[in-house]
Design a protein around this ligand. Structure first.
Ligand SMILES: *[C@@H]1O[C@H](CO)[C@@H](O)[C@H](O)[C@H]1NC(C)=O
Ligand SMILES: *[C@@H]1O[C@H](CO)[C@@H](O)[C@H](O)[C@H]1NC(C)=O
Ligand SMILES: *[C@@H]1O[C@H](CO)[C@@H](O)[C@H](O)[C@H]1NC(C)=O
Length: 165
């Protein structure tokens, strides 16, 4: 995998994590929020179940992306809402499978999805998009930009561990 591609993957993984934390904060003040937040008895993470549920999320995302012309697959403006749904799906499924979110299964699945859809995108293509009008898009984008600084660090660390491995 070349460095650029890898940076894009990391950008997305980190971006959505921060985004989801932010969204969680937003939805906490939302009266329509029906997400259960009871302190339920903590069972061990059911990994096989989670794996299966990730496939379900992935299939939905693939179906949604199928409605978008592949020439726009690198343009965040076009797929951000689908992407947000996908992220939300992984979060919900992690909860029902008693897993923390994020977790390695979810992360590696997201990386797989990115390899499938965004392997040909350059970081410039994905990041240098025009400021969109849609408020939700802006809300989702802000953390992505904020985390750009972290990405350099993550890529650097990964390179280090590649060398050490
Ligand atoms: C994990 O989930 C599957 C599907 O719901 C279930 O059949 C299985 O017993 C669960 N495994 C554990 C260890 O709870
Ligand atoms: C990426 O480019 C390769 C070679 O041009 C092509 O075969 C592949 O389908 C492309 N993948 C995506 C996700 O567009
Ligand atoms: C993404 O699409 C929007 C809307 O069509 C367009 O304004 C923008 O220039 C595109 N960005 C890139 C990087 O192609």
């Amino acid at each position: 995998m070349d460095t650029n591609e890898f940076a894009v993957l990391k950008l997305f993984v980190i971006g959505i994590l921060v985004n989801a934390w932010m969204m969680r904060g937003l939805s906490a003040t939302d009266s329509l929020n029906t997400e259960p937040t009871p302190p339920r008895p903590r069972k061990p993470c059911n990994e096989s179940w989670l794996q299966w549920e990730m496939e379900v999320c992935g299939e939905e995302f693939k179906r949604d992306m199928g409605h978008i012309d592949p020439q726009y697959w690198c343009n965040l403006t076009y797929f951000i809402s689908e992407y947000h749904l996908f992220t939300h799906c992984t979060e919900t499924k992690s909860l029902i499978a008693y897993c923390y979110w994020p977790n390695p299964i979810v992360e590696s699945y997201i990386v797989r999805i990115h390899k499938h859809f965004f392997s040909n995108c350059t970081i410039e293509q994905v990041v240098l998009l025009d400021p969109p009008d849609d408020t939700l898009t802006i809300l989702i984008l802000i953390p992505v930009f904020l985390t750009l600084a972290m990405i350099a660090l993550v890529v650097w660390c990964s390179k280090r561990s590649d060398i050490l491995a």
